[in-house]
Structures are given as C-alpha cells and as structure tokens.
Write a protein that binds this ligand. Structure first.
Ligand code: FAD
Ligand code: SF4
Length: 471
C-alpha cells in the first residue's frame, strides 16, 4: 500500500538534466532516464484523484493514474500495454509534449504548489524499459482482413493511424517523401529533445506489426494519387503543414537570412550523414545569430546554433515571456544554455551591411487589449527602434497548412487558411468531402503538437475502420 503523503516527503524529479556546460556542445537528449526505483517513487506521488484532470488535459486522454499505479507496483509490461491503448507513440510524447501546458499543468499537486507528478518522464520510462525488456505489442489475436489503406505521410498522424489499423487487421502502407519515417520527429525536432534512435526503434516495432513503409516516395510526383486510390481501399492524409510564414518586412530575403526548417533539417542530416550531394553543411560556428520568433521552432533554432558553436545567440519575440507560444521548459533550457532573449521586440527590417553582416532593426512593442480570442496583440512603440548587428538571421514565424496538390481533383474541401476539412464528429471520423479519403494532424489543424497529431491519426483510423466495415 503506497504512502498517501509521498508527495509531501518526496519532491518532484523528472530525471536529472545534464549540466548546461556539457549539453551545449553535444546533440544528445538532455534529460537522463529515471531508474526503476525513482520511477516507482515518483509514480507513488500521484494522489489518484477521483476525477483526474491530467487525463482530461492530455489530448489522447491517457489512463495516467492507472499506469502510474502499475509502475509503482513494478508491473512494467502491464503499464506498457495500458499506455499503448491510448497513445501510439508514448515514448515520444513523454519526451516532446509541453507537459507544463498539458497533463502536468493540470496535476492537482501542481495546482497545490507541491510540484506535478513527473508524468512525461514516467511515460517515457515505461515504453523505453518495456522495449528493453522485450515487450512488444501483442498482435496474436489480430485477424487480418483483405483491406489495405494508403497512408500519405510518416509523421505522428500517419504513424498513429497505421498503428490502429494494423491492430485491427488492416494493412497500412505508409508513403513518405523522406528517407526516414517520423516527419517532423526526424526532420524538425532536434536530437537534444528526441534522439533519432527512438524514432528508428518505433519503425522496427511498427514493421514488426505488419506496417509497410514506402520511403523516398513523394505522392503526386513519384507515384500518382490515382494509382494509390486504385491500389487501396481508403487513403489517410497526414502530410503536415509546411507553408513558411513570412514576416513581410524589407530585407527578409537578404543573403545570410535563413528559414528555420531547412536550417534544422540540414543540421539533422549532418548528424545522420544523409546530407544530399551538393547541399552544403550550414554551421553557426563563431557567428552572431538572431533568431526571430517565440515558438518551439525558434527555441530549437536557438539551441542548435548554440551547439554548433555560435558566438552569440539572441532570440527576439514580439510578445512578453508569459505570452509566448512555446513551452516554458524549453525557454528555460535555452536560457541556461546561453541564449539571450529580447522580449517585446518586433522586426522592422533587415539590412545587409558592408562586410557581409546584417543589421536587424527591432521596434519595442507593448501588449494591446485582448482580441476576440482573448490573446493580447503586440503594438509597436513609436520611436523605439534599435539595431542589432549579426552574421545570420533565422526566421521562425511558424508554418501554415496548404491543400494537397490533388484536393481539387478529388473534391476535397480546403478552408481559406489552407487547412484540409476533415470532420472529427462525422459518421466516419476525420473523413474528408471525398468519402474514400481521410485526413488529420497539422494539415487539418494547422501547425500544432505531436500528441494532437497522434490523436487525429488514431481517431481517423477508427473512421476508416467504420467506413471499410471492419468495425
Ligand atoms: P509531420 O510531422 O509534418 O509529417 C508529415 C509527413 O508527410 C512528412 O514526413 C512529410 O515528408 C510527408 N509528406 C508530405 N507530403 C507528402 C507527399 N506528397 N508524399 C509523401 N509524403 C509526404 N510538437 C510537440 O509536441 N513538441 C515539440 O517539442 C515540437 N517541436 C517542434 C519543433 C519544430 C522545429 C517543428 C517544426 C515542430 C515542432 N512540433 C512540436 C510540432 C510537431 O512536430 C507537429 O505538430 C507534428 O509533427 C505534426 O505531425 P503530422 O503527422 O501532422 O505532420
Ligand atoms: Fe502528458 Fe503528453 Fe503523455 Fe498526454 S501524451 S500524458 S499530455 S506527456
């Protein structure tokens, strides 16, 4: 019987963090894994609230208190089984979810000032350790049907959809234009948040479950959508949101100004050794760098530049720290690693200077009245401009969704903001206006979170199963 007052006797421990002086020179995950005893002790801090707010705030509604209890009792395989009932990528969400805004933010202990249960670290612990000990999803009772589904995109939405389809006897064939699976998990999120071996291991697990991957294959270019429609009984599109958002100020296209995602992908490919022939490695070694933006992508660029040996990294964001969209934990990590923040700064222009450097003009902002959504917009303060000189600017203003190239041809409705319309509450969940085509993740929501893409992929798989008459 656990001690109900454990939360008072034992403080929160999400796992040791490697010291900033060490971690800022390496591309490795910064949080150390929990040991079995610590995981059990930390799990024992859970109050098992009658109405667990953590579960409600978790986008996939994980059975959190239940698997915490199993960890406390050392029942690892049962915990892994339960964790996979609601989440297709628990070890990944445990690493990259902004828990402070989701499950842990809602934890009763957090509300009470005792420090939330380390839910993310324990979720990661369960799957990592269960895999190490030989646990695998139990497919022994699966009765395979003759149905197949073409999944376009091997990001979290596509992987989650394939996972649920396979568990229900439907063959999923996942097509991706990249050489590895994962979407932004591989070609976006850097290794210091998620090491790529974790994604590769998930590929092995999914392949072991009967999921097939067709990589280096862009649908619409290397294989036509018509061919896919003929070959498969249904299609799921989880193609992400990649339309780069511009700042619309002068000098944005100057030499030395980089877009965030190509910069991050270039860095990942340098580590993986898969940089395409003819593409030069980008390095910030010895450079002064200004990163514009305040989301997760901006934090990843800041911290990548630091690890590449930048002389100085300044991050400028138009709102204050409290109103920034990125995870607070990642801002804290960036600050510890040496990133300097300029809050309430709006870029006005970038001017190339003699000698190849750049002059970034920033104006101070103040927060205006809340808009219709309650978000306070930044207004510039007249006469407050300042110049920051640097060698490179990285622009990280985010991404928007855009219609699939074949949307019009297939009668798939797209909203004016580029998001594919797929109805979560229709008879067949996440079906588009073309009955045979389903969609989810960033291409439906706009740029969002891994865990929400996982939710969509799982829900869409249920929609597909209903449409195919398997359920
Ligand atoms: P994606 O992950 O974008 O996957 C889409 C896949 O579709 C890609 O692999 C793409 O190659 C493929 N594709 C597209 N078109 C085609 C085609 N025609 N043919 C074949 N394949 C195609 N979220 C978090 O929760 N935590 C974080 O810390 C975090 N950090 C982030 C850092 C960065 C730099 C970025 C950019 C995003 C981050 N996110 C984070 C957001 C998160 O990565 C996305 O919300 C999530 O990956 C969306 O999943 P998805 O499956 O919808 O799309
Ligand atoms: Fe928390 Fe994300 Fe895990 Fe849900 S999936 S319990 S939000 S870390």
């Amino acid at each position: 019987m656990s001690d109900v007052f454990q939360f008072m006797k034992l403080s929160r421990n999400p796992g040791d963090k490697i010291d900033a002086s060490v971690r800022k020179i390496e591309f490795k995950e910064i949080y150390q894994p929990l040991h079995a005893v610590d995981a059990a002790d930390q799990a024992g801090r859970c109050l098992s609230c009658g109405n667990p707010y953590c579960e409600w705030e978790c986008p996939v509604h994980n059975y959190i208190p239940n698997w915490l209890k199993l960890v406390e009792e050392g029942r690892l395989f049962e915990a892994a089984e339960l964790s996979h009932q609601t989440n297709s990528l628990p070890e990944i969400c445990g690493r990259v979810c902004p828990q402070d805004r989701l499950c842990e933010g809602a934890c009763t202990l957090n509300q009470g000032g005792f420090g939330a249960v380390s839910i993310g670290s324990i979720e990661k612990y369960i799957t990592d350790e269960a895999f190490k000990a030989g646990w695998r999803p139990d497919m022994s009772k699966v009765v395979w049907t003759d149905k197949t589904v073409g999944v376009i995109g091997a990001g979290p939405a596509g992987l989650a959809c394939a996972d649920v389809l396979a568990r229900n006897g439907v063959k999923a064939v996942v097509y991706d234009r990249y050489e590895e699976i994962g979407g932004l998990l591989t070609f976006g999120i850097p290794e210091f948040k998620l090491e790529k071996d974790i994604v590769r291991r998930r590929r092995e697990i999914l392949e072991g479950m009967g999921v097939e991957f067709v990589l280096n294959t862009e649908v619409g270019k290397d294989i036509s959508i018509d061919k896919l429609l003929k070959k498969h009984d249904a299609i799921f599109m989880g193609m992400g949101a990649y339309r780069y958002m511009r700042g619309n100020f002068s000098g944005e296209d100057s030499p030395g100004v980089l877009e965030a995602l190509p910069y991050l992908i270039n860095n990942v490919r340098q580590s993986l050794g898969t940089l395409p022939q003819g593409e030069a490695a980008i390095s910030m070694r010895g450079k002064r760098v200004v990163v514009l933006g305040g989301g997760d992508t901006a934090m990843d660029c800041n911290r990548t530049a630091i690890r590449q040996g930048a002389k100085r990294v300044i991050c400028a964001y138009r709102r204050d720290e409290a109103n920034m969209p990125g995870s607070k934990r990642e801002v804290g990590n960036a600050r510890e690693e040496g990133v300097e923040f300029l809050w309430n700064r709006q870029p006005v222009s970038i001017e190339p200077m003699i000698g190849g450097t750049l002059a970034v003009k920033l104006a101070e902002t103040r927060l205006g009245e809340p808009d219709a959504k309650g978000r306070r917009n930044a207004e510039t303060v007249p006469g407050s401009e300042e110049i920051v000189e640097c060698d490179h600017v990285i622009i990280a203003f985010g991404f928007q969704a855009e219609a699939a190239p074949w949307s019009e041809q297939l009668g798939i409705t797209t909203a004016s903001n580029g998001r594919t319309q797929a109805a979560p509450h229709s008879m067949y969940k996440y079906q588009t206006s073309n009955p045979k085509v389903f969609a989810g993740g960033d291409m439906v929501r706009g740029a969002d979170l891994v865990v929400r893409a996982v939710f969509d992929g799982r829900q869409a798989a249920e929609g597909v199963l209903g449409y195919l008459g398997v359920w």
